[in-house]
Design a protein around this ligand. Structure first.
Ligand SMILES: Cc1ncc(COP(=O)(O)O)c(C=O)c1O
Length: 357
């Protein structure tokens, strides 16, 4: 049987065995599908009798408006590449690179795609504090023609220091190299920590975004890429299937980007819940360290128990957590927890606190 290398596998031990599990492994907004999409679902269903606009003009305009409103940047339609989730966009961006540098530990799909499409893959490891090692990144980048890293980075939750990162972008720009920044989780970081503000200055910069995490819809599959390298974006768009975003993906995104209430509520929740959850986790007897995070998930180093054992014990209590041993640079002494709403978090903390290890 194929074992999932990602979080979110509530099928193998859960749904396929008709067992309800609570998913603390995948990092999805606990508020779920925005009301603005749900309330319009019948009208949207009726739109499926025709093809979506092959140029996705309304969708692109809603992306442009969203970035202007929340990030004060003016994007243009031909700076956008639309995809079936962030994953499609990541694949198209990574496919354009020969020698790829990946900053690790990070989302393991970067490695999978690097090995699938690139001639060679190199790694720069986070430093001892689990932050980006900018000097090491720059040094390793000299042997590569493209790199990828997260802002924030999954599974640690560390973010890019824009001032330090500019040196790397200047180098990429002067040497015709590409920098892919995966911002699938960026909205959880609070006000405007995105690198979109640099998009016009650096043609070498390719940013990946999605509605998957922040708008709580991994099943809808919608993500997009941003770059001011319009020639490159044009070539990439031409390589895609027509109508690669279905009507539900298109309208889920339009509704979400306009949903001020949902956006404000989510930002307020993560602000409060991250502090609460982090504090409580650090009091657990089997937790050695809780790492700084700017996101809706927390990486933890364990003591006296392995990630595999903790995973099995949590499963018995009805919870799925993310073992972190398959992230390059981590091992079975690390696990990652998603952050949910207060009620669920309290129940989860109570359950793991009672585990006899
Ligand atoms: C950092 C990161 N980027 C991208 C993705 C994939 O996003 P999508 O489901 O939109 O393809 C994930 C999924 O876990 C992720 O963790």
């Amino acid at each position: 049987m194929k074992i999932s290398k990602h979080g979110g596998d509530i099928y193998t031990e859960g749904l396929l065995k008709e067992r309800a599990l609570i998913d603390y492994s995948s990092n999805i907004n606990p508020f779920g599908i925005p009301e603005s999409f749900k309330n319009n679902i019948n009208d949207i269903l009726n739109l499926t009798v025709r093809y979506p606009d092959y140029k996705y003009r309304k969708l692109k305009q809603s992306i442009i408006d969203y970035h202007f409103k929340y990030e004060k940047v003016t994007l243009e339609e031909d700076e956008l590449l639309l995809g079936n989730g962030a994953s499609e966009v990541l694949e198209i961006f990574i496919r354009s690179i020969n020698k790829l540098l990946i900053v690790v530990p990070s989302f393991i799909e970067y490695e999978e795609l690097g090995h699938k499409w690139c001639q060679s893959v190199e790694y720069s490891f986070l430093n001892d504090n689990f932050e980006y090692g900018y000097d090491d990144i720059l040094e390793k980048f000299k042997n590569c023609n493209g790199m990828i890293l997260g802002n924030p980075n999954n599974p640690v939750g560390n973010r890019i220091d824009i001032d330090r990162f500019k040196e790397i972008l200047d180098y990429a720009e002067a040497n015709n190299k590409s920098v892919i920044v995966d911002e699938a989780f960026v909205e959880f970081m609070g006000e405007n920590k995105s690198l979109t503000k640099l998009i016009k200055t650096y043609k070498s910069l390719f940013i990946v975004r999605a509605i998957t995490k922040f708008f709580g819809m991994p099943g809808v599959r919608f993500g997009y890429g941003i770059s001011s390298n319009k020639n490159m974006i044009k070539l990439m768009c031409e390589s895609q299937n027509p109508w690669n975003v279905n009507t539900f993906g298109e309208h889920a995104a339009i509704c979400s980007f306009n949903d001020e209430k949902y956006i404000a509520k989510t930002k307020k929740w993560i602000n409060e819940e991250l502090i609460f959850f982090k504090d409580k986790l650090s009091t657990l007897s089997f937790v050695e360290e809780v790492y700084e995070t700017n996101c809706n998930f927390i990486l933890v180093k364990l003591k006296g128990v392995t990630g595999t054992d903790l995973y099995e014990e949590c499963l018995k209590q009805g919870y799925v957590i993310r073992k972190a041993s398959n992230f390059r640079g981590l091992d079975d002494t690390y696990v990652r927890f998603a952050i949910k709403d207060r009620r669920n978090n309290e129940l989860f903390l109570k359950a793991i606190n009672n585990i006899k290890l």
